[in-house]
Design a protein around this ligand. Structure first.
Ligand SMILES: NC(=O)c1ccc[n+]([C@@H]2O[C@H](COP(=O)([O-])OP(=O)(O)OC[C@H]3O[C@@H](n4cnc5c(N)ncnc54)[C@H](O)[C@@H]3O)[C@@H](O)[C@H]2O)c1
Length: 359
């Protein structure tokens, strides 16, 4: 067993991230011995890692899909907690990907006005993104994450050994969010190395998770700096919607990053040298995924998008009064307020045409 250690920041809230360089099975043994725990476990993770084990503490299996990230599943968990006499002095320990950690945080924040929460993220995306920063959420009436609050976990235990069972698509989803954060941090060399080796090391995971935690601790409520983490996402939401949510999130964000670079260039916020640096990274990000090229042919159909585009742009929940985009200013990222919806529409349609021509 190698070293385990904690890092601890304190600004808007306190969360301890523990990087456990041990086998997932050993981590589960340790967690299982926590005497006040109530476990919420992704059912796939349970199937992969809990077979043949008896858990002495109560546990509930989470169905990890977007339809089940719901009030209905929350109610089932509330009933389970009540039936087993969960009190505020107990600790909810969620083990799973972002759906499990978001849902568990929502339940922990609302049950008896707040139960202690620990998270054990098991997907790459949840290790570098969803498990960090205290956003709790469920979907409602087909709207993603529309019910939620901020409820940072007391402890987040990251054990990369869980990644050995993750499939390629899920791995890529996490990789893209990790690279996105490195781009925001201007850590281009680290991003380049990850893309060249197609491997994100434990040190990289730790680096990105700590950086995200730092940003969220300075801006828990998403009023300023934290919004930069939406880089590429406004465009990605449009692509996901056009594809009826068939397009994997990672591919949508990777394309979204590319659109953000090109729009920044069009707005003369980026010079050609900086554009080349960013473009080279993002092209690598797109090229290492075979699926992204297949989707390219289906997705970028300017005939389909034309009539829907305005609605999709205005529908983004971040666009309450004006269109807010995260764009590049030189190599920095900043929030850009777009006053002309026509300009954005024209750009997106032109990009679709350009990509279609080149496919
Ligand atoms: N709170 C935030 O700040 C934040 C940020 C980004 C995304 N999110 C949310 O995160 C969710 C997506 O999270 P995700 O990508 O982790 O997806 P997920 O939780 O749906 O997990 C993806 C799939 O991987 C399986 N899985 C989990 N761990 C595994 C493992 N170790 N081995 C094999 N399979 C495993 C799950 O059962 C599921 O089928 C979305 O709902 C999104 O809204 C939240």
């Amino acid at each position: 067993m190698s070293a385990e250690y904690s890092c601890h920041f304190s600004t808007e809230f306190e969360s301890i991230i523990e990087f456990a360089s041990i086998e997932a099975n050993n981590l589960i043994d340790k967690a299982a011995s926590i005497s006040d725990a109530f476990f919420l476990i992704d059912e796939n993770v349970f199937r992969l890692y809990f077979q043949g084990r008896t858990l002495d503490r109560p546990y509930f299996l989470i169905k990890a899909n977007e339809q089940e990230k719901s009030l209905k599943q929350s109610e089932a968990i509330y009933s389970f907690l009540l039936k087993n006499n969960c009190s505020r002095s107990n600790t909810i320990i969620a083990i799973g990907g972002g759906i499990t950690t978001d849902l568990a945080a929502w339940v922990a924040s609302t049950f008896k006005r707040g139960v202690k929460l620990w998270l054990v993220p098991t997907t790459l995306l949840s290790m570098v993104d969803a498990g960090i920063g205290g956003k709790a959420a469920v979907n409602y009436q087909e709207l993603k994450n529309v019910l939620g609050c901020f409820y940072p976990a007391e402890r987040i235990i990251i054990c990369s050994d869980f990644l050995k069972t993750l499939d390629e698509r899920e791995y890529y989803n996490g990789l893209v969010e990790g690279i996105k954060t490195l781009i925001i941090l201007k850590e281009f060399q680290r991003a380049e190395r990850i893309l060249n080796t197609k491997t994100i090391t434990d040190h990289d995971i730790e680096y990105i998770a700590r950086a995200k935690l730092g940003i969220c601790q300075r801006d828990l409520h998403d009023k300023g700096e934290r919004r930069l983490l939406n880089l590429g996402h406004s465009f990605a939401h449009i692509f996901e919607s056009i594809s009826n949510y068939v397009l994997p999130h990672g591919i949508a964000v990777a394309w979204g990053l590319s659109f953000a670079v090109n729009y920044s260039y069009e707005k003369q916020l980026l010079n050609v040298e900086d554009k080349t640096i960013l473009e080279s990274l993002i092209n690598k990000l797109l090229m290492i995924n075979n699926e992204s090229l297949n989707y390219k042919k289906i997705l970028f159909n300017d005939d389909i998008i034309g009539s829907k585009l305005r609605h999709l742009i205005l529908n983004d929940k971040k666009n309450e009064n004006a269109i807010k985009l995260v764009l590049f200013e030189h190599l920095d990222t900043s929030i850009y307020t777009e006053v002309s919806i026509e300009s954005l529409e024209r750009f997106i349609i032109a990009e679709f045409k350009r990509i279609k021509l080149n496919s």
